[in-house]
Design a binder for this molecule. Structure first.
Ligand SMILES: Nc1nc2c(c(=O)[nH]1)N[C@H]1C(S)=C(S)[C@@H](COP(=O)(O)O)O[C@H]1N2
Ligand SMILES: [Mo]
Length: 193
């Protein structure tokens, strides 16, 4: 019965193909966890006309926040269901940004990058998350704030995010340059390019 139960859990309809469920919260980082003080923290969006839209910690956290419960899927095949986050929708930040470009490069403190598109991050599909499971976001999971783009493989959710730069082309980020898929939809198993 226990074995059967285990099998059934891994056939959960919420699991994309080739994924297994985990209850733990693995940490996946290419380098050391940066220590970032919210005093000097800043998030910015850079557009083609040279404008830089900036949010310091007080400005970001004074914006209306949302509680988000989502499933997350790592390309290394673990999925975690029903994770609870708190953060600000990218729709809210882009409300004051004018751009004619469609592609986005996310940059993190520490140098990590990942490419996205406006289509993938607007319309309620991504957040700057600064809370997890009712508390602050742990530094090892990207605190003080990370990108949360749960409908794509979790490598797209840049930890320690510090800004987005609008691009005219779909240029690859860190993992995408190293063979990961440019898009990364877990339901289509877009793992590698
Ligand atoms: N800045 C940064 N963001 C990152 C990574 C990283 O190495 N550096 N790893 C990515 C990968 S591959 C995954 S699966 C998730 C892991 O997030 P977690 O450590 O909170 O589970 O963060 C993503 N964001
Ligand atoms: Mo990952």
């Amino acid at each position: 019965m226990a074995v059967f139960g285990g099998r059934r859990r891994n056939h959960d309809p919420a699991l994309p193909p080739g994924q297994y469920l985990t209850e733990s919260f693995p940490v996946l980082s290419t380098g050391p966890t940066p220590s970032i003080d919210t005093d000097g923290w800043e998030f910015s969006i850079h557009t083609e006309n040279g404008r830089v839209h900036r949010w310091d910690w007080d400005r970001l956290t004074s914006l209306p926040a949302e509680d988000i419960t989502v499933d997350i899927h790592c390309v290394t095949r673990w999925s975690k269901l029903g994770t609870r986050w708190r953060g600000v929708s990218l729709d809210r930040l882009f409300a004051e940004v004018e751009t004619g470009l469609e592609h986005v490069m996310a940059h993190s403190y520490g140098g990590y990058t990942t490419n996205l598109s406006l289509e993938e991050i607007l319309d309620g599909r991504s957040w700057i998350a600064y809370g997890y499971d009712g508390g602050e976001l742990d530094p090892e999971h990207g605190g003080p704030a990370r990108l949360l783009v749960p409908h794509l493989y979790f490598w797209k959710s840049a930890k320690w995010v510090r800004g987005l730069v609008m691009h005219s082309e779909d240029d690859p980020g860190f993992w995408e340059e190293n063979g990961y898929h440019l898009h990364g939809d877990p339901w289509r198993e877009e793992r590698h390019s």
